[in-house]
Write a protein that binds this ligand. Structure first.
Ligand code: AMP
Length: 190
């Protein structure tokens, strides 16, 4: 199993790039944000709960998120590997992911971070909000709150994976195709 955490602030391009990587490396793409949005659309209990946090740009509580992630992973135990997009978002979740993968005798092989300047992120997210219909992309205040939460709570994961020798930073600005090639180079060298 090859398991990759695709990392970076909101708007860094994780979802876009995950769609290419999953084809190239035959990996299952799990975006926790997408799973929450699917549940909101289908008005499940999980969706209702998640929505109250997501609309403000805040993180959904760890236990809820970790249980959901474990559940999604368990649906394709035979997978060649996973791309985790938007998960983990803090140390509690990173440790939980280690435990979940242990049950499949697997581990996170690499965290690859897409590095993008904040002001570019704000522009990208507001632009996406014009067509995505995502409430959390539609106001500059919420977008900036999400980026702030990333720095306050999530960015610390860089050192968590650096200590394990698993952190790889990639320039996330430029042509989509050029960025994909940078990511491929990192994965090919693993
Ligand atoms: P994303 O699609 O990754 O930008 O996530 C959108 C929103 O979903 C976030 O702002 C959070 O409210 C929620 N969310 C997604 N992934 C997580 C996670 N790993 N932990 C907590 N909340 C999450």
């Amino acid at each position: 199993m090859k398991n990759i955490v695709l990392f970076g602030p909101p708007g860094a391009g994780k979802g876009t790039q995950a769609n290419f990587l999953k084809e190239t490396y035959d990996l299952v793409h799990i975006s926790t944000g997408d799973v929450f949005r699917y549940n909101i659309k289908n008005q499940t209990d999980l969706g209702l709960l998640a929505k109250s946090y997501m609309d403000k740009g805040e993180l959904v509580p760890d236990q809820v998120t970790v249980d959901m992630l474990g559940d999604v992973v368990s649906r394709t135990p035979q997978a060649n590997g996973f791309i985790f997009d938007g998960f983990p978002r803090n140390i509690v979740q990173a440790e939980a992911l280690d435990e979940i993968l242990k049950t499949y005798a697997a581990e996170v092989n690499a965290m690859i971070a897409l590095e993008v300047d904040d002001e570019i992120l704000v522009k990208r997210l507001l632009k996406r909000g014009e067509t995505s219909g995502r409430p959390d992309d539609s106001s500059e205040e919420i977008v900036r709150n999400r980026i702030e939460i990333y720095y306050k709570e999530t960015a610390i994961l860089k050192s968590y994976y650096e200590k394990k020798g698993k952190y790889h930073g990639v320039d996330g600005v430029g042509d989509i195709e050029a960025i994909t090639q940078r990511l491929n180079a990192v994965i090919d060298a693993l």
